[in-house]
Design a protein around this ligand. Structure first.
Ligand code: F0G
Length: 481
């Protein structure tokens, strides 16, 4: 406290700091990590955060908010119906996307539930650049099927292709042409999550729109990871170089009939919503909001989160606010690449994606190489990542495994949360693990839920490989954590 004399004569201490929030972290030692992951059924989703050093599970609901977001939360108007907070949010959504109709929902998958229930009937097929886990679950739940039409190069792990999230336009046109009525809508996912947070180009989206218009099909955009995709369009797509982020957003929105998003990602808050310029679509989906979510002016979100989202969406239009994630991820990807660790290139949004198919090429897909790598990385570092491979798939109706195209360990970098030295630590431990990769073994389920099994299924190692890995860690790092 500074000793400052006030003109008016008051004698009070004057704070010389500004208030920021930090959260203390704990780094358990390797033996404690072994005990914790065993207790968690070798599923990183089941670890308590008290056992986690750097939480790289997801970027969902854990991005750092700005001071303006935090401040806005204090001004929320708590009302069951007709809240001014909702008016501010829906006005902001309209301002950004140009969509006058907005339906709030508690998170992204709730929007998927509403869209799937409104449009998907048994026998329908929904073409998309690539599926997301919860999207597919909702569509199949309604008796529909998902058809992935990502361009072939999108699935190449190492690539210099800048827009790996692009849809194969010829394949889309010929599929729809066969039987347009079978296609309730086409879905494009921004920052395509399961192939490594990879963007589509504006040009590709415009081509998808043209095909949809040609056959009178609805185009739905999953904008959950839009902020990363916007940054990549701005920096990688030559024809968009001189457009502002806001202009690019408007052009994207103008292609789409329905836009939905998880506000746990977009806008760095917690919630979700569906917006459209089409009153008919709005009226078709609207009854499901009070049914599943809450009244039409909050949809399951807290008013505080809605205020934070209103500000967060505006901040998404600021390139300086949305470039931190992709730039940090690019740094991590480059460092790993330099050390020879196989990662998805080019770096995308959301996080750094390690290629478990190559990292653990001695583990067969039926023993979940990406799940095993997630466990091994937790043992080696106390950092938790997420399996994005065969474990994240659902078994086929005959009980056989649906092998994933890619086996990835996703190390999410929630926006503005980690320091560079923390990222360096994760890289260091991953490099060590890569040098010792032959010690990693497979996993098998001991409890396997039928739907979305990766969330809470339990597994065990197929041998005593974890003991060997822990022993090697001790031998190499001595008594260091
Ligand atoms: N769509 C995409 C592209 C997503 O990445 C997610 C969530 C959802 C929809 C569902 O949104 O979680 O708010 O219900 N992705 C999180 C993740 C879970 O970790 O990647 P939600």
């Amino acid at each position: 406290m500074a000793n400052v004399k006030f003109y008016a004569g008051e004698q009070i201490p004057l704070e010389m700091h500004k208030v920021r929030i930090i959260q203390r972290l704990n780094l358990p030692d390797v033996e404690q990590r072994h005990a914790a992951i065993t207790e968690a059924g070798n599923n990183t989703f089941l670890l308590g955060t008290e056992h986690v050093f750097l939480d790289m599970l997801t970027d969902s609901g854990v991005n750092a908010m700005s001071d303006r977001q935090q401040a806005a939360m204090m001004l929320a108007d708590d009302a069951y119906a007709g809240s001014q907070t909702f008016k501010r949010l829906s006005a902001r959504v309209e301002d950004i996307f140009g969509t006058p109709y907005f339906l709030p929902a508690h998170q992204g998958r709730a929007c998927e539930n509403i869209i799937a229930r409104t449009y998907v009937k048994p026998g329908h097929v929904v073409p998309m650049n690539y599926h997301f886990t919860t999207t597919k679950a909702h569509i199949t739940e309604m008796g529909g099927e998902v058809l992935e039409l990502i361009r072939e190069e999108g699935l190449e792990v190492e690539s210099d292709l800048l827009f790996k999230g692009n849809m194969d336009i010829d394949a889309l046109r010929s599929f729809i042409a066969e039987d347009p009525e079978r296609v309730p809508f086409v879905r494009m996912e921004a920052g395509t999550n399961l192939i490594g947070g990879q963007p589509f180009s504006l040009e590709n989206l415009e081509q998808v729109r043209d095909v949809c218009r040609e056959y009178g099909r609805i185009l739905v955009l999953d904008a959950s990871l839009l902020s990363d995709n916007l940054y990549f369009i701005k920096t990688r797509e030559e024809s968009c170089k001189y457009l502002s982020i806001r202009e690019i957003t408007r052009r994207i929105a103008a292609c789409c009939d329905i836009i939905y998003f998880s506000a746990r990602k977009l806008g760095s808050a917690r919630g979700g919503g569906i917006c459209t310029t089409n009153e008919t679509y709005f009226r078709q989906m609207r009854p499901l909001v009070p049914f599943f979510e809450g009244f039409l002016t909050y949809g399951g979100m807290s008013v505080r989160e809605m205020e934070a989202l209103t500000v967060g969406l505006e901040e998404t239009m600021d390139e300086e606010m949305i470039n931190q994630g992709p730039i940090y991820i690019g740094y991590m990807v480059d460092e790993l690449k330099k050390a020879g660790v196989p990662v998805i290139t080019p770096g995308g949004g959301l996080g750094c994606h390690v290629d478990a198919m190559r990292f653990c090429d001695h583990i067969p897909q039926e023993e979940y190489p990406a799940g095993a790598l997630a466990v091994a990385f937790y043992l080696a570092s106390g950092c938790r990542g997420m399996e994005r491979g065969t474990m994240s798939e659902q078994r086929n109706p005959d009980g056989s495994e649906e092998f994933s195209n890619m086996e990835l360990l996703r190390l999410a970098l929630p926006r503005r949360v980690f320091t560079l030295s923390q990222v360096k630590y994760a890289v260091d431990r991953l490099v060590w693990l890569y040098e010792n990769r032959h010690l990693i073994g497979g996993l098998r389920f001991t409890e396997e839920p039928e739907v979305l099994r990766f969330f809470y299924g339990r597994l065990e190692p197929t041998s005593d490989w974890q003991e060997a890995l822990v022993a090697k860690y001790r031998a190499d790092f001595g008594d260091s954590l």
